[in-house]
Structure formats: structure tokens, C-alpha cells
Design a protein. Structure first.
Length: 158
């Protein structure tokens, strides 16, 4: 028999690295211990999943609330601009009424009297009789000083 290949049960026993004593534990206890270890790992994984899920839900909730706040701000700005527009339209209507009151006939007459204008009398009205025919005669107008000077120079140059 070759001693190099002799089987030694304690030499290749890997259970000593698992802190298990095979002689004292029954197979059911080993299975229970494995189930306990697996359940601890499952508990850690499930709690991690719960925390990650909670964080995701919180982020989504924050995004929804932030979006609602932005929409609310936009509505507030729109309402403020509508109020400004309404005030400006009211001011425009008031100014139009004011302009119309300044342009009334009574105000124009009073302003004309203040600057020295008077209503015309019947004596100031001249009537032209055009019943003689369709002839129009243009009276010869006096030339102004510049035209006379030009005529003098043109006559001298000839």
C-alpha cells in the first residue's frame, strides 16, 4: 500500500472552517442555521429595498410638490398682470373721457376768448356774387421786393 495516497478524514475536513462541529450537530440544526443565515440576508435585502423605495417615493413626491408650486407661482403672476392690465384699461378710458371733455365746443370757445378771439359779426361776412357767369378774373397782384429787384437787374443786363 502506498502511503502517499492514504485517506485521512480529519485532513480534508472543511467543516472546521465553518465553525461547525459535525459530530455534535444534527442535520436539522445545520439546515436551521442555514435558513437563519439566509433569512438574515433576506432581511438586510428587504430593508435595503424598503429604504431605496422610500427614497424614490420621497423624490417623486418632492417633484410633484415642486411642480405644483411652480404652477401656482405662474398663476399668481398671471393674475397680477391681469390686475395691472385692468388698471391700465380703466386709466385709458378715464383719459379718453378727459380728452373728449377738453375737446368740447364750450371749452374751445372759452379758450378762444381767453386768447383774444371773438365770434364773427354779420358785418364781417362778405358775400360774392357768382351769378354773372363762369368768368373768373384774377387781379394783378403787386410783386414783392425780390421780384422787382430781379426785373431791374434783368432789364439792365439786356
Amino acid at each position: 500500500m502506498n502511503m502517499a495516497y492514504k485517506y485521512d478524514p480529519n485532513k480534508y475536513n472543511l467543516n472546521k472552517y465553518r465553525n461547525l462541529d459535525i459530530k455534535t450537530q444534527e442535520p436539522e440544526e445545520v439546515n436551521r442555521q442555514k435558513i437563519t443565515i439566509q433569512s438574515k440576508n433576506a432581511d438586510k435585502n428587504s430593508s435595503l429595498k424598503i429604504v431605496v423605495g422610500a427614497v424614490i417615493v420621497m423624490v417623486m413626491l418632492f417633484c410633484v410638490i415642486y411642480g405644483k408650486v411652480q404652477v401656482s407661482d405662474m398663476y399668481n403672476q398671471i393674475n397680477e398682470q391681469k390686475a395691472v392690465l385692468e388698471n391700465l384699461e380703466n386709466e385709458n378710458a378715464r383719459l379718453k373721457v378727459s380728452i373728449e371733455s377738453y375737446a368740447s365746443l364750450e371749452n374751445i370757445e372759452s379758450h378762444a376768448e381767453r386768447i383774444g378771439l371773438k365770434k364773427i359779426d354779420k358785418a364781417q361776412i362778405w358775400y360774392i356774387d357768382l351769378s354773372d357767369g363762369d368768368d373768373i378774373r384774377i387781379s394783378q397782384t403787386d410783386d414783392n421786393i425780390f421780384v422787382r429787384i430781379r426785373k431791374v437787374f434783368s432789364s439792365l443786363s439786356e
